[in-house]
Structure formats: C-alpha cells, structure tokens
Write a protein that binds this ligand. Structure first.
Ligand SMILES: N[C@@H](CS(=O)O)C(=O)O
Length: 298
C-alpha cells in the first residue's frame, strides 16, 4: 500500500481565518492538534492547481531517505538510536533543503512582516506518525515561542529549514535532585546545554532522553520552519507526556543567599519548576501539503 499524504503543492501562506488555515488561494482545514482541543471544521481545498496535483506525484528523495532511515533507526519505545544510526540520520537531515518538504524562502509566510499583536501561534503539519517515530514540521511566525518542555525517554532530531531561532535547552543534573540545594518549589536542578541563536541552513541538533538538551524552548527571531524527527512520539498511554517548566531562582543553604545560578565547574545550572501547560504552548494543525512519503511496509 502506498502511504501518501495529500500534497497539493507548496505551503504558500499560513494565515488564520475562523475555521480554516489559508494556504495562498487554497484553503485547507486545520487538523485537530493533540495540544489544542479546538473544534475544527474539515473543508475541501478551495482551489487545486494542476501544478499542485502534479506536485502530489513528486516524491522527495531526501524526505524518503529520512523516512526509510527512521524505520531502521527507531525500533520501539525504549530504544535510543546507536551512534552510527544517529550519524547517518543527521547526515541526511543536514542535507535537507526547504523544497524537500514543499517549502521555499520565497513563500509569503517567511517574509518579514510588521509586528504581530501579542504572541503569534505556532502551526504544525504532521508528515508521518507511527508508534516508533513521527515526522512533523513546525511553523513559527516571528516572536512565536514553543515554551520550555521535555521529551521523556525520547530522541528528537531538529532540522531548522528556514529562518532564525533562539534555542535554550537543559538536561537534568540528577533525577533524585541535588540534596544540598533546596529550591523553594520542589524544582529539579538542570544544567544549561544551549542558549544560542541558530540560522538556517545549519546542522541538525539531536537531543536524547538524558542528554543533548532534552528540555528545550524555541523562540523564533524571524519566521521559521523546522522539521522534527521524534522517536518515539509523545504518548500519554506510554508515560511519555509533555511537561512544561519555568526557571526559578534557587537558595543555596550553605550561605543562605539567593543565587540566580548555581555555578560548578564553570557550567550554568538552574532550577526548573514544572508548571501547568501554558496557553502559548497550544498549536494549530494544518495538513501537510508537501511531497509524499512511500511506506512500502504498510
Ligand atoms: N517537541 C515539540 C516540538 S519541539 O519543540 O521540538 C512537539 O512535539 O510539540
């Protein structure tokens, strides 16, 4: 069976109307997004260009290579990919260009715009989701934020395709908490792994269950799009639910002074307190409209 994702061409512009997301002169419906309980209305694409129909026949070799590699790499819930598999998948993703998933820097979405009011919302387009891994594109308008959150027992490859984005990431210092520092709110001590700006094209970043910055936050400096390879996907049933955090100051009992950061070996440490799912974490979902994937095993 050929698994195809309906693809009628490029994502032209992600604008929002009441019950649908405008893609240029094609209107498709937002798909229900796990993180957003909004009621969505399914609309047939308003206009389907011949070129778009032709695009449906296009299989992106690079995207297909990513998919085929993921099928070999992600064997199931507890498996962390071996170094050779990570290196191979990174090599494929490093070579990915926006057009491999039907995007282009010339699309209206990525053009600089006047300041949006408030914090703009993130939109996601799922290319593929199975039990062992998920391929998903995230679109962030300038200043949009994916708040600080974790990826329990997951390995995630993030490939920035377009735009400039700030990434801050942490790893837990010790699951049992450092006992000589007590934070005022049962927070967990985390070590800062990244706090910097990335501009596409750039190499793929990889996080693991306990390293590589498993807890991270993305802030779009310009309109951005990135592809995530998530293995295995979030799953409440399997105990892999997404948790959100905020950085809190910590109190060093040894000298009872409030300190912003606990410095040891020159690294930067902060306490992270789990918080309720923040409103700005809600995302809108749209249908993936780029080149399709062929799943020969399905
Ligand atoms: N982990 C996020 C996307 S990203 O921040 O990597 C999600 O799957 O919603």
């Amino acid at each position: 069976m050929i698994m195809t994702v309906e693809s009628s061409g490029l994502v032209d512009q992600i604008t929002k109307s009441d019950h649908a997301v405008g893609i240029g002169d094609k209107v498709i419906a937002k798909k229900r997004c796990v993180k957003k309980k909004a009621r969505l209305q399914l609309k047939r694409p308003a206009v389907r260009h011949q070129a778009a129909a032709a695009a449906a026949a296009v299989v992106s070799t690079t995207l297909q290579k990513v998919f085929d590699s993921c099928r070999r790499v992600f064997k199931g819930a507890a498996a962390v990919p071996c170094a050779a598999d990570v290196q191979n998948l990174c090599r494929i993703l490093d070579g990915m260009i926006p057009e491999d998933v039907g995007l282009s820097k010339d699309l209206q979405f990525f053009k600089p715009k006047t300041e949006a009011e408030g914090t703009p919302r993130v939109t996601s387009a799922t290319i593929y989701k199975g039990n062992n891994f998920e391929l998903c594109i995230f679109f962030l308008p300038a200043s949009a934020v994916i708040p600080l959150h974790n990826h329990p027992e997951m390995t995630v490859f993030s490939k920035l395709l377009l735009g400039t984005m700030h990434i801050k990431s942490y790893d837990w210092v010790d699951p049992l908490n450092s006992d000589f520092l007590i934070s005022p709110s049962k927070s967990r001590l985390a070590k800062l792994k990244a706090n910097r700006i990335f501009t596409a094209p750039c190499d793929t970043s990889v996080l693991y269950p306990t390293s590589g910055g498993n807890i991270h936050e993305f802030t779009a400096i310009t309109p951005c799009a990135f592809l995530d390879v998530i293995g295995p996907p979030y799953s409440k049933d399997d105990g892999r639910d997404c948790s959100y955090y905020k950085e809190t100051p910590c109190i060093n009992l040894l000298d009872r002074e409030e300190i912003e950061e606990y410095k040891a070996d020159g690294s930067c440490y902060r306490w992270l307190e789990e918080i309720e799912t923040p409103k700005e974490s809600e995302m809108d979902g749209i249908e993936y409209m780029g080149p399709k994937i062929i799943d020969s095993t399905a």
